[in-house]
Design a protein around this ligand. Structure first.
Ligand code: GLN
Length: 557
């Protein structure tokens, strides 16, 4: 922050708050990411923040069916899946400062109070909590040297939980009236029996936002179809948002088209006008690359069929694929780059436990992925799948738990250690081929589960001549992790002598990072202790996913 001659505080950074109306899941994360991209395309430097209004300090302790995927940042912060969207759309590397929850904010305020940092004052929810929020927002902007900070407030307007964050946003607007705007993403239903798109829920949501002292500057109108002029005018009149700033955002087949759709309405130009932001040199190259990528999402004529064997799908009577969002997106990027349309099927691991016949269904797929997971439910099903994929030479890609399953399966069926298991499932097994990491024992004994797995970026060294080495084309890689268990070093020699290759290891040689079978034995049978999906980007597909997809395409042939 600089002070100008008139002593008015001059802010170098602009803030765009994105809030949601009517329903959750209306696409605030993709909207925020797309806004970021169209501003970045104007040469502006952009960063993004996600605010989750729940008490959990981070997303790490929540079941994915409650909350969706836990996205791990490079510094190990366990966050919301929208952080993944921001990183992917904006080619950013975000850290802790870009993510906050009610729990996290209160935790720091309480810590400060204990450290006497409030100098004897009575510490109150207002203003101290919003001030903490504002401090974090400003810090994220400064650290990223951002021209624009996009802040997405989770939840829906009218919820008790996000009120304190709206208060922070309102206070920031008072501090910098010309540098803060509000974008409301709302939903306009078309009830099938009525057959007409309804504006009333959005009107109500905007009025509720008004009652927090905030006026929306831009309205993103999410709906099945395009918003007509009549409804735009109605909303403009009722919500005090001029017609040009009501942007129609109909459902799309591919979310990667959304930035282009926004630009059809010159949204970046309108935002720059309101914020008095001067565009820098447009990044033509970036925009063209993005457009080409987005086009690829529609081009693939031939399909590639991939089965994901997991367990975080069911929510009541509905299926939710959000728990594996980064995995799905990583598959898409690699498939699009090969001009293929990926068809991803969700198969429940539990279904493969008893019904051996069900395994034959796997032959319909070009490849199988077992993604990350925790606990014992579905494990025996996953092990049956791994065995079937290994013996039938179906391309297999194991992510974290999926790699641990490869090791257990090999120990049971090739080394003949019938009770081989992970201590996570059977703490008394005679053959714990997957064991708790030494550094994690204390955490488990003391029931400390929050934010203390082996998290974030770690280096791995690849074995020359291995599949992994050929795929990456280098011997040193850095990937993101989230686990408590590891391949038990006592079994490595035995497993290697039986043909399993540990082709990636931690630099001290202690921890197994990649497991594979040689190409001469299996077309693609590889697993990683890390999560490559977190580093797959639209404009830079992940080499391991690409190698897997290529193996799937070859199998088809
Ligand atoms: N449950 C396993 C562990 O903690 C795997 C974790 C994961 O798949 N992310 O080691």
């Amino acid at each position: 922050m600089k002070k100008n001659k008139n002593k008015e505080v001059k802010q170098n950074c602009k803030y765009i708050f994105v809030v949601g109306g009517v329903i959750s899941g209306v696409g605030k994360g993709i909207t925020s990411s797309s806004l970021g991209l169209i501003l970045k395309n104007r040469g502006l430097s952009v960063t993004a923040i996600k605010i989750d209004p729940y008490i959990n300090v981070d997303a790490g302790t929540m079941n994915p069916t409650e909350h969706g995927e836990v996205f791990v940042l490079s510094d190990g912060d366990e966050t919301d899946q929208d952080m993944g969207n921001y990183e992917r759309f904006l080619e950013l590397k975000l850290t802790k400062i870009n993510y906050m929850t009610t729990g996290r904010v209160y935790q720091s305020v309480i810590e400060r109070e204990r450290n006497l940092e409030y100098k004897g004052k009575c510490v109150e929810v207002v203003p101290h909590i919003p001030l903490e929020v504002i401090g974090r927002i400003k810090k994220a902007g400064v650290e990223a040297k951002a021209d624009v900070v996009i802040i997405e407030i989770g939840g829906t307007i009218g919820e008790y939980q996000n009120m304190i964050f709206l208060e922070a946003a309102r206070m920031l607007k008072i501090e910098f009236p010309r540098d803060v705007i509000f974008v409301m993403v709302s939903y306009l239903p078309t009830p099938s029996k009525v057959g007409e798109m309804k504006t009333k829920p959005t009107q109500t949501a905007v009025h509720m936002l008004n009652s927090s002292g905030i006026q929306a500057d831009i309205l993103i109108a999410r709906a099945d179809t395009t918003l007509d002029e009549k409804r735009k005018e109605k909303l403009a009149m009722s919500c005090s948002v001029v017609v040009e700033r009501i942007i129609s955002a109909p459902d799309v087949d591919s979310v990667y088209d959304i930035p282009m759709n926004f630009e059809k309405e010159n949204l970046s130009g309108k935002i720059c006008d309101i914020l008095n932001l001067k565009s820098k040199k447009p990044v033509v190259k970036l925009w063209n690359k993005w457009k080409t990528f987005a086009k690829h999402a529609h081009n693939g004529k031939e399909i590639v069929k991939i089965a994901v064997i997991g367990k975080y799908f069911e929510t009541g009577d509905f299926i939710l694929s959000d728990s594996y969002l980064s995995v799905i997106e990583a598959i898409k990027y690699s498939a699009y780059a090969q001009n293929r349309k990926p068809i991803i099927s969700w198969l429940s691991a539990v279904d493969f436990e008893k019904d051996k016949n069900k395994l034959k269904e796997l032959k319909k797929y070009d490849g199988v992925i077992v993604p990350g997971g925790f606990g014992s439910r579905g494990v025996e099903g996953k092990l049956n799948v791994v065995k079937f994929a290994r013996e039938n030479k179906i391309p297999y890609f194991g992510l974290c738990y999926g790699m641990q399953m490869m090791v257990i399966e090999y120990a049971r069926n090739v080394l003949n250690l019938k009770d081989a298991n992970t201590r996570e499932v059977n703490s008394k097994t005679e053959n714990p081929v997957i064991n708790i990491m030494e550094s994690q024992k204390e955490n488990i004994i003391n029931h400390r589960y929050g934010g203390n797995m082996r998290l974030g970026e770690y280096k791995a060294i690849l074995k020359p001549g291995s599949v992994a080495h050929a795929v990456y084309g280098k011997v040193e890689v850095i990937e993101r992790h989230r686990h408590r268990y590891e391949v038990n070093p006592n079994y490595i020699l035995q497993l290697e002598n039986a043909g399993l290759v540990f082709s990636g290891r931690s630099p001290d040689d202690r921890l197994m990072e990649i497991t594979e079978l040689p190409k001469s034995v299996h077309p693609f049978f590889l697993g990683t202790q890390f999560h490559p999906e977190f580093l797959a980007h639209p404009l830079a597909p992940h080499p391991l996913f690409t190698a897997f997809v290529k193996a799937c395409i070859n199998k088809k042939k």
